[in-house]
Design a protein around this ligand. Structure first.
Ligand SMILES: Nc1ncnc2c1ncn2[C@@H]1O[C@H](COP(=O)(O)OP(=O)(O)OP(=O)(O)O)[C@@H](O)[C@H]1O
Length: 590
C-alpha cells in the first residue's frame, strides 16, 4: 500500500516538481531570479576556466601562435577561477533568504489546512501523525526542489557547454563521461523510495519522543514530575526511543552511504576513463599538449557538473514523495466552510434524538439524546465520568456534527459554522494564553470597545485582580515566554470566564467553570449566575451539585443517554440516580 503510494508519487514527479517550483517563485520572485542568475554565472564561469586554461597552455607551449601572452592568460584564468569559486558562498547566503520565504509560504498552507480541519479530524491520531511527518519532512521540500532545479539548470548548462568543448577535442570523451549518468539516476530513484519509507516508519517514534521531551522540558509539567520523582523513568523511555531511532537511522544511513558510494564510483570511473582516453590521444599524436591540458580541465569540470546534475536529479526524486504527502495532507481536509454568522437566540437550542460515535469506537458516546436549552435558561448536565457530558456540549456548540438526529437553533437546522459563531464554550482544560490579559479576553476576532472588555472582566470577578496587575489589562500573563505575571488557577479560570462573556453569544457552555475557584468565589459565581450571564443561556457541566442545583433544568446522563430530567426538587423527589449522587456528595460535608 505504502509502496504503491510511493510509486504513484514517482509517476506524478514532474507535476509535483513544477508545482513546488511555482510555489517558490511566488514566495519570492526576485530572490528566485537572483538565485538563478548565480547558478548561470557559476556554470559559465566553469567554461571560462576551461577557455582561460587553454589560452594559458597555448601561451606556455606555443608562445609564437598564442592569442594572448602568458600574463594576461594567467590573469584571465585567475579571474575565471575566482568567479567560479565565489558564486557558491554567495548562493548559500541567497538561499537562506529564499528558504525562509518558502518555509513561510508552506507553513501558511499547513496552517490553512489545520485551521479548516474539523475537531473530529483534528483529534484523530492519523491526522496528528500526518501533521508531524509533514512538519518533520515536507516543509523544507519545496525549497529543496528549487535548489535541485537550480542545480539542474546550472548543471545542464555546464554539461552542455563543456561537452561542446570536449566534442571539439574528441567526441568519444563525452559518452564516456555521460555513461556514469544512467546508474546515478537509477540509484537516486532507489534512494528516494528508501527515504520516504524511512520517514513513514520514523514518525510515530519521533512523535512519542517529542512528547516525552515536552514532558521533560516544559514548565506546566515540572512540578508534578518532581513531586513524583518521575524524571528518571521518563528518561528511560526516552532513551529506549533514542535507541529505536538510532537503529532505524543507522540502517537508512548505510543504505544512503552505499548509494552515494556507488554513484561516486561511477563518476570516478567515467572520469578515469576519459583521462586515459586523453593520454591515448596524445600518445597517438591526434591532439597537442595544449589541447590535452584544456581537455583534462574540461573533463574534470564536466565530471563536477555531472555530479551537480545527478545530485539535483536525486534531490528531485527524493523530494517528490514528500511533496505528494504534503499535497495529500492539504487535500485531506475539505475546503473551508463559509464563515459562520452570529445568530441571536430568541427561543432556544434543542438537540433532538442525537447520536454521536467517535471514529473507531464501538459504542456511541451520546445515544439518542433529547435536550433543550431555552433562551436565557441555565441548564445543567450531570452524570458520572465518561457519561458523555463534554461530548454532548461539543455537539451543542457545533464542534461535532451528530451522526443521527438534529441540532436546532430557534427551531431550525442551521449551518454548523453559524452555531459555532453563536455559542461560546469554556472547556475544563481551557487555554491559558501567554498574552496580555486584554488579549486573553479579546481572543475572538470580533472587536468591541474598551468598556466591553472591562465589563467582561468585572462580571467574571476580575476587577480587583486587574487593579493589582502592574499594567492593568495590558499586563502580560504567564511565564512561559516572557517574564509575565502568573495567575493562580482560580484567577486563570476567571480570565476564561471573562473571555466567554466578552464574546457575547446567546448560549454559553461552561464545562466545570468553578473547578479552580475557592468556596467563596464559587458561591459568588453561582449565587448570582444569572446576573453574571446577563441574559445569555448557559449549558453548565459540573460534578458539584451545589453549582447545578440552581439550574432551570438538570439532565442526568448515564452511558451516553439521558436517564433523568427535571429541576433539583423534582429529581430529589424522584429518588433516582440524581438523588443518590446528590446525597452521596452532600453526605461528605455533614
Ligand atoms: N476524542 C475522543 N475519542 C474517542 N473517544 C472519546 C473521545 N473523547 C471522549 N471519548 C469517549 O466518549 C465517552 C464520553 O466522554 P465525555 O468526555 O463526553 O464524558 P464526560 O461525561 O464529559 O466525562 P467527565 O465527567 O470525566 O469529564 C467516554 O467513554 C470517552 O472515553
Amino acid at each position: 500500500m505504502r509502496l504503491r503510494r510511493v510509486a504513484r508519487a514517482s509517476v506524478n514527479t514532474p507535476r509535483l516538481i513544477a508545482a513546488a517550483a511555482r510555489e517558490v517563485r511566488r514566495a519570492d520572485p526576485l530572490g528566485t531570479m537572483v538565485a538563478s542568475v548565480y547558478q548561470i554565472i557559476g556554470a559559465t564561469a566553469a567554461l571560462g576556466v576551461v577557455a582561460a586554461g587553454k589560452l594559458t597552455f597555448d601561451a606556455l607551449l606555443q608562445p609564437e601562435q598564442a592569442a594572448l601572452g602568458i600574463t594576461p592568460s594567467l590573469l584571465l584564468l585567475a579571474l575565471a577561477t575566482a568567479l567560479s569559486g565565489s558564486v557558491g558562498p554567495l548562493q548559500t547566503q541567497q538561499h537562506r533568504l529564499l528558504g525562509e520565504r518558502v518555509s513561510q509560504r508552506v507553513w501558511d498552507r499547513v496552517l490553512d489546512t489545520t485551521a479548516r480541519a474539523d475537531l473530529v479530524t483534528y483529534e484523530s491520531s492519523g491526522f496528528a501523525t500526518s501533521l508531524e511527518r509533514i512538519q518533520q519532512n515536507a516543509l523544507t521540500r519545496p525549497f529543496a526542489v528549487t535548489t535541485s532545479l537550480l542545480g539542474l539548470t546550472g548543471g545542464l548548462l555546464g554539461v552542455v557547454t563543456l561537452s561542446a568543448v570536449l566534442i571539439g577535442v574528441e567526441p568519444l570523451l563525452v559518452p564516456i563521461l555521460l555513461a556514469a549518468g544512467l546508474p546515478a539516476v537509477l540509484l537516486s530513484r532507489w534512494a528516494s523510495r528508501t527515504e520516504f519509507t524511512f520517514a513513514h516508519r520514523l514518525t510515530p517514534l519521533a512523535r512519542r519522543r517529542n512528547y516525552l521531551r515536552q514532558l521533560l522540558t516544559q514548565r506546566p509539567y515540572a512540578a508534578e514530575l518532581r513531586a513524583f520523582d518521575s524524571t528518571g523513568r521518563l528518561r528511560e523511555k526516552h532513551e529506549e526511543l533514542n535507541r529505536d531511532v538510532n537503529a532505524g537511522l543507522r540502517k537508512q544511513v548505510r543504505h544512503r552511504q552505499l548509494i552515494a558510494a556507488l554513484t561516486t564510483l561511477g563518476v570516478a570511473a567515467a572520469l578515469t576513463g576519459a583521462l586515459l582516453a586523453i593520454v591515448a590521444l596524445v600518445r597517438q599524436g591526434r591532439i597537442g599538449l595544449a589541447e590535452a591540458g584544456a581537455a583534462a580541465i574540461a573533463v574534470r569540470l564536466l565530471s563536477g557538473q555531472l555530479s551537480t546534475l545527478f545530485t539535483a536529479i536525486g534531490g528531485l526524486f527524493e523530494s517528490a514523495p514528500f511533496l505528494a504527502d504534503l499535497e495529500r495532507f492539504v487535500a485531506s481536509v475539505p475546503p473551508a466552510e463559509a464563515r459562520g454568522r452570529k445568530r441571536a437566540l430568541t427561543e432556544g437550542v434543542a438537540l433532538c434524538d442525537v447520536t454521536f460515535r467517535y471514529p473507531g469506537q464501538e459504542r456511541p458516546a451520546v445515544d439518542g439524546v433529547d435536550i433543550r436549552i431555552g433562551a436565557g435558561e441555565v441548564v445543567a448536565l450531570v452524570g458520572e465520568n465518561g457519561s458523555g457530558k463534554t461530548t454532548l456540549a461539543k455537539i451543542a456548540a457545533g464542534l461535532y456534527a451528530p451522526d443521527t438526529g438534529s441540532r436546532r437553533w430557534d427551531g431550525a437546522v442551521v449551518p454548523a459554522a453559524d452555531v459555532r459563531a453563536s455559542v461560546t464554550v469554556i472547556f475544563q482544560d481551557f487555554v491559558r494564553y501567554q498574552l496580555t490579559l486584554r488579549d486573553n479576553i479579546v481572543i475572538s476576532d470580533e472587536y468591541h470597545d474598551e468598556s466591553d472588555v472591562e465589563d467582561a472582566a468585572k462580571r467574571a470577578g476580575l476587577l480587583a485582580a486587574t487593579r493589582e496587575l502592574p499594567d492593568g489589562l495590558d499586563t502580560m500573563l504567564g511565564r512561559d515566554l516572557d517574564e509575565g505575571v502568573d495567575l493562580s488557577g482560580g484567577q486563570w479560570q476567571r480570565v476564561a470566564l471573562a473571555r466567554a462573556l466578552y464574546r457575547d453569544t446567546g448560549l454559553v457552555v461552561l464545562d466545570e467553570p468553578a473547578a479552580s475557584l475557592d468556596p467563596r468565589a464559587e458561591y459568588e459565581l453561582f449565587a448570582d449566575v444569572r446576573a453574571m450571564l446577563g441574559g445569555r443561556a448557559a449549558l453548565l457541566i459540573s460534578h458539584r451539585f451545589s453549582s447545578t442545583r440552581l439550574a432551570d433544568r438538570i439532565y442526568v446522563l448515564d452511558g451516553g443517554r439521558v436517564v433523568e430530567c427535571g429541576t433539583h426538587d423534582e429529581l430529589m423527589s424522584r429518588a433516582g440516580q440524581y438523588a443518590e449522587l446528590y446525597t452521596l456528595q452532600s453526605a461528605a460535608y455533614r
